[in-house]
Ligand binder design. Structure first.
Ligand SMILES: [Zn+2]
Length: 150
């Protein structure tokens, strides 16, 4: 398996995205109960200190979507409908179709695909589940291929 960079189909980097697209939003790491929070009045994303890098990437994308939408706050998973919608958008931003496509081309196993997506495995499955109809043909190929090589 070859390793490729961002420019030719790798996943986007949420830390760079935050700096470039939301320069007024600050990122803070604190000892909090939830993995992430967003405070619109402070334009602050707070991530739990000590998260593994894959988890930090995943929760940072989630809080970035809140920051883009200017949601007033994100308190864990209480506001279920809004959170589901934020999750779907975050997963799509974290794993764009081009990146999935490139991963399927390069990977030898399902775990390679997960590794190339750089987020926890359940979130890669979630991304497959929420695929748009236009994306499904590609993902069908991926699923068939995963079964064949499992
Ligand atoms: Zn949230």
């Amino acid at each position: 398996m070859r390793s490729r960079g961002n420019r030719d189909g790798g996943v986007p980097d949420p830390w760079s995205f935050l700096a470039a697209e939301l320069p007024d939003v600050v990122l803070i790491r604190e000892r909090i109960k939830e993995p992430g929070r967003y405070y619109d009045d402070r334009r602050a994303i707070v991530l739990r200190k000590g998260l593994r890098i894959e988890a930090e990437r995943r929760y940072l994308w989630h809080e970035i979507v809140h920051a883009i939408r200017r949601d007033e706050s994100c308190h864990g998973w209480a506001r279920h409908t809004m959170e589901r919608s934020v999750e779907r958008e975050a997963a799509r931003r974290a794993m764009p179709l081009a990146a999935l496509q490139a991963a399927v081309e390069q990977a030898a196993t399902w775990h390679d695909i997960v590794w190339l997506m750089k987020v926890p495995e359940p979130w890669v499955r979630f991304r497959m589940e929420i695929a748009h109809p236009a994306e499904r043909a590609l993902l069908r190929e991926a699923r068939r291929w995963i079964e064949e090589t499992a």
